[in-house]
Design a protein around this ligand. Structure first.
Ligand code: CUA
Length: 188
């Protein structure tokens, strides 16, 4: 074999390796696009198109987030909806009560600044953005208390902005729901 043909052969090998790696990279990118699309379509992520709005200036006067409507409500389909507000520097209700083994949808918004909404020991972790409703659906398996800190710096009192989530047995929740339209565990 001459020097020239040896050189041509190694250049050819290198080009084939390049093409192979190029194809693998394209395949990885295509797989990520498919995964992102799948998660979006199945609502595993929350695309901006699903955004709902709530005017922070009138939260306390009218609409879904007036004070008498905050707390945990039984729905006709057997699920529970929790409505809450974050404001500098507390959550309302300060203590959220939810039953075990029940689909729970939390709907919350902010009355002023950007706040974080995180329930420790669960995968609930979102932001409360003034003007928008954050909705998260989850399910709690065991009774117990979870800390609910604001995890987004929202001003001088941020460090003190904590709430609590109390998970109670479903039977106890249902019993209380029979006499109360909205439940919370504030002052309990
Ligand atoms: Cu609210 Cu930090």
């Amino acid at each position: 074999m001459t020097q020239v043909s040896k050189h041509a052969e190694s250049a050819d090998t290198a080009a084939r390796a390049e093409r192979r790696w190029g194809a693998i990279s394209v395949a990885i990118i295509a797989m990520l696009v498919v995964m992102a699309a799948y998660a979006g379509i199945h609502q595993a992520v929350m695309p901006q198109a699903r955004v709902e709005t709530a005017d922070p200036g009138t939260l306390h006067i009218a609409g879904e987030f007036i004070e008498s409507n905050l707390g945990s409500a039984m729905e006709p389909d057997g699920s529970v909806t929790v409505r809450a507000i974050g404001q500098q520097y507390s959550f309302t209700p300060q203590c959220i009560v939810v039953p075990t083994d029940t689909p729970v949808t939390i709907r919350a918004t902010s009355a002023d600044a950007l706040h974080g909404f995180l329930i420790q020991g669960t995968n609930v972790n979102t932001m409360l953005v003034p003007g928008y409703v954050s909705a998260v659906t989850t399910r709690f398996t065991k009774p117990g208390d979870h800390a609910m800190p604001c995890h987004e710096f929202c001003g001088a009192g941020h460090e003190g902005m904590w709430g609590r989530v109390r998970v109670v047995e479903k039977a106890a929740f249902l019993q209380a729901a029979a006499s109360q339209r909205r439940q919370s565990c504030v002052a309990q």
